[in-house]
Design a protein around this ligand. Structure first.
Ligand code: ADP
Ligand code: F6P
Length: 495
C-alpha cells in the first residue's frame, strides 16, 4: 500500500477521532515500511464513511515510538498520533484492553485497576484532543470513537467550544452495578458528557449511561439528555444507533468473478465437504471461541456431524497479543483444536480447519459464500459485524446464521438461529437445527435477514447519527456565549 504525503489538514470540517487509523504501519522483514488494513469492526464500518465524506481521520498508526507525518489516503487526510512503547503498554494494552474492555463486556474476564494506567489514559486522551483541536476548522463536526477515547469529548470542548462533538461507543455500555466498580467512573462520565450527542449500539447502553449520570453526577437528566452546567451549559443527548456495514460493497465483492473463483479453489482445498460450518473472529475471549469449539468438537465426537463430510472452518485474526488473557486464549484454542482433531475423524483432512491469521476481505467473502452454517456466538458483543458481513455476502439460498443472544446484532437479526453461548447443550441443538432445518425454513429466514442488512447499511447509520448531531450540536452563537475556557482537565483524585 503506497502512501502519498506528507500532507496536513488545513481546517477539516469533518473529523473522525479513533484510537486506530484505518491502516497500521508495519516494517517488513526486509526493512521496508508497509501499511496494512487495521483489524476490527470500527475500521470496517468507518472506512466507507470517510471515503464518502472526506475530511480527516485522527488516530494511532499501530507502531510504538514512531512519529509519522500526515498523509492522504482514499480521499481523506490521515493524521497519525504517536504513542510511546510505555503508553501502548499502559493506555492501550492496560487501561483500554485490560480494564475497560473486560468491564464493559459483562466482566467475562477480570478487569484490572491500576492508577498509572489511568494516568496514561488521561495523557493520551489529552493528546488526541489537542491534535483534533489543531486540525478542526471553525464549527467543524468531530466524531470521537470508542472506549479508548472517552475523555476526549470534554477535553475537546474545553479547547474548542465552537465544535460539534459526537461520540460513538462501539462496545456495550455496562449496567450501573458493573460500571460502579471503576475507580474513575466520574471522570469517564464527565468525559462523555462533553459531547453534544453520545451514541450507543443498543437502547440499553444509553439508558445505563443516563442512569449513571443521574446517580453519579450533579447534572440533571431529562428524557434522553443530560443538562450539563459547566462553563455555560449544553445538552448531551444519549441515543442508540446500531452500527452496520457497507452492505452493497460486501455483496458486490462476493458476486465478483474473482471471489467466486477463490471460493471454488477453497472448496477444492477443503475436499468438497457436503457442509461447511464457518467462524470468523478477532481472537478475543469475548467471542465465545472456547465454547464454540467445544460444542463443535462434541457434535463431531458424538457422530451428530460426520467429520468426513462436514468441516468446521474457523479463522481468527491475531489481536492484542501482549495482553495476558489473549495469550491464554490463543494457547487454549490451539490445544483444544489439536485435541479434537487428533481424536476425531480419519487420517485425511481434520474436522476443524483452524487458521490464526488475518485474511484479505476477498478471501473472507469467498468463505462467507461457501458457508452453509455461520457461527457467531460471542459471550458479549457491541454489535458483531461479521454476522452482517455473512448475510451481505452469502448468496447461496439456504445458508443459516447461528447467533448469540448476547451480540448486539441479535436485536435486529431476529430470524437467526439464536443461542445462549453459556449453554453448551443448547448451542449444540441450535447448530444442529441450523444444519438440518428444511430448505424452505432456511430460505425464509435468510431472505428476511438479508433484507434487514441490505436496507440498514453503514451510510444510513452515519446519516442518522450526523443529522442528529447537527440538530443538537453547538451553534456558533452558542459557542461565543461560552467564551474562553481553561484547557486543564487532568484529574488527580479517584472520584
Ligand atoms: P470487533 O470489532 O470486536 O473486532 P466485529 O465482528 O464487529 O468485531 O468486526 C470484526 C471485523 O474484523 C470484521 O470486519 C471482520 O471481517 C474482520 N475479521 C475478523 N476475522 C478476520 C480475519 N481472520 N481476517 C481478516 N479480517 C477479519
Ligand atoms: O469496537 C471494537 C474494537 O475494539 C475497536 O475499537 C478496535 O479498533 C477493534 O475492535 C480492534 O481492536 P484493536 O484496535 O485493539 O486491535
Amino acid at each position: 500500500m503506497e502512501k502519498t504525503g506528507p500532507s496536513s489538514t488545513q481546517g477539516a470540517t469533518f473529523l473522525v477521532v479513533a484510537n486506530r487509523l484505518p491502516v497500521d504501519r508495519i516494517v517488513r522483514e526486509d526493512g521496508e515500511v508497509d501499511w496494512k488494513t487495521a483489524p476490527g469492526g470500527l475500521v470496517t464500518a468507518l472506512e466507507p464513511v470517510m471515503k464518502q465524506r472526506g475530511g480527516a481521520w485522527v488516530g494511532w498508526h499501530g507502531a510504538p515510538d514512531e512519529k509519522v507525518e500526515a498523509f492522504e489516503h482514499d480521499g481523506y487526510t490521515v493524521e497519525p498520533v504517536p504513542l510511546s512503547a510505555q503508553e501502548v503498554e499502559e493506555y492501550y494494552e492496560g487501561f483500554s484492553n485490560a480494564t475497560l474492555w473486560p468491564l464493559y463486556h459483562d466482566a467475562v474476564a477480570f478487569p484490572e485497576y491500576h492508577r498509572e494506567w489511568f494516568d496514561a489514559y488521561q495523557r493520551v486522551n489529552q493528546r488526541f484532543a489537542e491534535r483534533a483541536a489543531e486540525v478542526a476548522a471553525d464549527g467543524a463536526t468531530v466524531w470521537v470513537q470508542d472506549y479508548q477515547l472517552q475523555l476526549v469529548p470534554r477535553m475537546l470542548r474545553e479547547l474548542r467550544p465552537d465544535l460539534n462533538i459526537g461520540f460513538f461507543l462501539h462496545i456495550p455500555f455496562p449496567p450501573l452495578e458493573l460500571f460502579q466498580q471503576l475507580p474513575w467512573r466520574r471522570q469517564i462520565l464527565e468525559g462523555l458528557l462533553g459531547a453534544d450527542l453520545v451514541g450507543f449500539q443498543m437502547p440499553g447502553g444509553s439508558s445505563n449511561f443516563l442512569r449513571l449520570v443521574r446517580r453519579r453526577t450533579e447534572h440533571k437528566v431529562e428524557r434522553d439528555r443530560a443538562i450539563v452546567k459547566r462553563n455555560g451549559h449544553h445538552e448531551c443527548v444519549a441515543r442508540a444507533y446500531p452500527i452496520s456495514i457497507d452492505s452493497k460493497s460486501f455483496s458486490d465483492l462476493a458476486q465478483s468473478e474473482e471471489t467466486k473463483a477463490e471460493a471454488e479453489a477453497l472448496l477444492e482445498e477443503l475436499g468438497h465437504p457436503s457442509m461447511i460450518v464457518l467462524g470468523v473472529d478477532r481472537l478475543d475471549y469475548t467471542k465465545g471461541l472456547r465454547q464454540r469449539v467445544r460444542a463443535m468438537g462434541e457434535l463431531f465426537a458424538e457422530g451428530k456431524l460426520n467429520p468426513d463430510d462436514v468441516v468446521f472452518l474457523q479463522v481468527a485474526t491475531p489481536s492484542r497479543e501482549r495482553v495476558d488473557e489473549y495469550r491464554k486464549l490463543r494457547d487454549d484454542i490451539d490445544l483444544l483444536v489439536g485435541r479434537i482433531n487428533s481424536q476425531v475423524g480419519g487420517v485425511g483432512r481434520p474436522p476443524i480447519v483452524y487458521r490464526h491469521q488475518s485474511f484479505p476481505r476477498s478471501t473472507l467473502a469467498a468463505m462467507y459464500l461457501l458457508a452453509d452454517v455461520m457461527l457467531v456466538t460471542p459471550l458479549r458483543d457491541g454489535m458483531n459485524l461479521v454476522a452482517k458481513e455473512y448475510l451481505a455476502c452469502h448468496t447461496g439460498r439456504d445458508g443459516a446464521l447461528v447467533l448469540s443472544e448476547f451480540a448486539g446484532a441479535a436485536r435486529e437479526l431476529r430470524q437467526a438461529y439464536m443461542v445462549n453461548p453459556y449453554d453448551l447443550d443448547g448451542m449444540k441443538e441450535a447448530i444442529m437445527h441450523a444444519a438440518t432445518d428444511t430448505t424452505q425454513n432456511k430460505r425464509r429466514r435468510l431472505r428476511s435477514l438479508k433484507k434487514q442488512v441490505a436496507e440498514n447499511d453503514i451510510s444510513k447509520w452515519a446519516d442518522r447519527f450526523l443529522s442528529d448531531l447537527d440538530d443538537h450540536g453547538q451553534s456558533p452563537d452558542k459557542a461565543k456565549a461560552l467564551g474562553d475556557n481553561s484547557p486543564s482537565l487532568i484529574f488527580t483524585d479517584g472520584e
